[in-house]
Design a binder for this molecule. Structure first.
Ligand SMILES: NC(=O)c1ccc[n+]([C@@H]2O[C@H](COP(=O)([O-])OP(=O)(O)OC[C@H]3O[C@@H](n4cnc5c(N)ncnc54)[C@H](OP(=O)(O)O)[C@@H]3O)[C@@H](O)[C@H]2O)c1
Length: 376
């Protein structure tokens, strides 16, 4: 006779086999496959408007890198680009000219073709049922459209009233990521002084080409070309070439940082003092920030909080020459922070240096992260 322990083991084994056989009989494999394909594995018909531009092209790359489940891509640009081909996920796609019909059946639409295009077509896409994520400034301050940086306020973007979510200005985005733990540690932010050093890729694909040519001209000792496109000579120079706001004396680019920061934190009491400068750098925006919080802050605590934050890389060993530079961040999705120190002119305040890829975290990556956060 078998010992009791072995008898139990055999009984358990045969019970398991019986249960497995019964379960297998119950499973309708065809139904299961259908469920897995269409319900469990979400996949979306995705339009990218402005797909031939600096931001639109990068949205495709970020969707690929993050393996966003795109069932079908609808690449859209102006009539000038209609018929051009591009590659996405190994397949060739033909660019369509923008028209209301391109949004038929679209689940998710990224807009990166400028404010006037967004103002006209984003509501059409939303009306046809697409969730719109817009890179332009058209809807950023619309109270019915969330303005979202996922690390800071993803929850605010759920169930947007108009079906449109705005991506902030590139300079605002990298700033608010770095400010998020400072806001929490300091019991709120009283004031931020921000000086930007903005790369030319922030002005789009044509500006990039104009800057490259202008740099070659100047290096050869020739008259700089492209001064109309760049609104001046950027090679060997600095420019403040954004649209001026005559009433305040600021540039519109600077005022975006003032208003967008308040909206993203949901805190109108934050005072922002901005100054925006275009620098002769191809890609990668840099910013100096001086922050004053409600409670005084210790730089070591700020460094620790930033280092533990997802989406932030702390590069801060200044005595050894370690601090983030534009060339360190191009092609990266994170916001890089260095030179975290007490504000020598305002004890208890913090100053820091914040650098990010403006086309990625400042535009394409942030837009795709919003879609990932809301849909996956
Ligand atoms: N660059 C950045 O760092 C950055 C950061 C944040 C936000 N943004 C915003 O993102 C948007 C795109 O910027 P970008 O730098 O990518 O500009 P861009 O390189 O100049 O690209 C513009 C895109 O818009 C398309 N377009 C222009 N007119 C059109 C029309 N009438 N109908 C349909 N498509 C049209 C262009 O298509 P064609 O090639 O056919 O002309 C191109 O694909 C802007 O609103 C910008 O403010 C840019």
């Amino acid at each position: 006779m078998l010992p009791l322990s072995e008898t139990n083991a055999i009984a358990t084994e045969s019970a398991r086999a019986q249960i497995t056989r019964r379960l297998e009989a119950l499973i309708d494999h065809e139904r299961c496959a259908f469920y897995m394909k269409h319900v469990m594995s979400k996949s979306y018909r995705v339009a990218v408007v402005g797909v031939t531009g600096a931001v639109g092209e990068l949205i495709l790359r970020v969707l690929e890198e993050r393996q966003f489940p795109v069932r079908e891509l609808v690449p859209v640009a102006s009539a000038r680009s209609a018929g051009k081909t591009l590659t996405f996920q190994g397949a060739t796609h033909t660019v369509k000219a923008l028209a209301p019909e391109v949004f038929d059946g679209v689940d998710l639409a990224f807009f990166a073709a400028g404010g006037s295009i967004s103002r006209e077509y984003a509501p059409i896409a939303a009306e046809k049922g697409a969730l719109v994520i817009d890179n332009s400034s058209a809807f950023r301050l619309d109270p019915d459209c969330p303005l979202c940086v996922p690390e800071v306020n993803l929850e605010a973007a759920r169930n947007p009233k108009k079906g449109i979510i705005a991506n902030p200005n590139c300079s605002t985005t990298q700033m608010v990521v770095a400010l998020k733990p400072i806001y929490e540690l300091g019991g709120g932010i009283k004031r931020v002084v921000v000086s930007t050093y903005q790369a030319i890729s922030g002005a789009g694909a044509q500006a990039i080409e104009a800057f490259k040519q202008q740099s070659l001209d100047v290096a050869k000792g020739e008259a700089p070309s492209g001064t109309e496109k760049l609104k001046g000579q950027l090679a060997q120079n600095l420019l403040m070439h954004w649209t001026p706001d005559e009433a305040s004396g600021y540039q519109e680019e600077e005022l975006k940082m003032v208003h967008e920061t308040k909206k993203i934190f949901g805190d109108d009491s934050i005072r922002v003092t901005p100054n925006a400068v275009r620098v002769p750098v191809l890609s990668g925006h840099s910013e100096f920030l001086a922050v004053e919080t409600n409670q005084p802050l210790d730089p070591a605590a700020v460094r620790e909080a930033l280092a533990s934050m997802e989406g932030v890389v702390v590069m801060d060993a200044f005595a050894n020459g370690v601090y983030p530079k534009p060339l360190d961040v191009v092609g990266r999705d994170e916001v890089f922070v260095g030179r975290i120190r007490e504000d020598v002119g305002n004890p208890g305040g913090i100053t820091l240096w914040v650098v990010a890829d403006n086309l990625r975290k400042g535009a394409a990556t942030n837009a795709v992260q919003i879609a990932q956060g809301l849909l996956l």
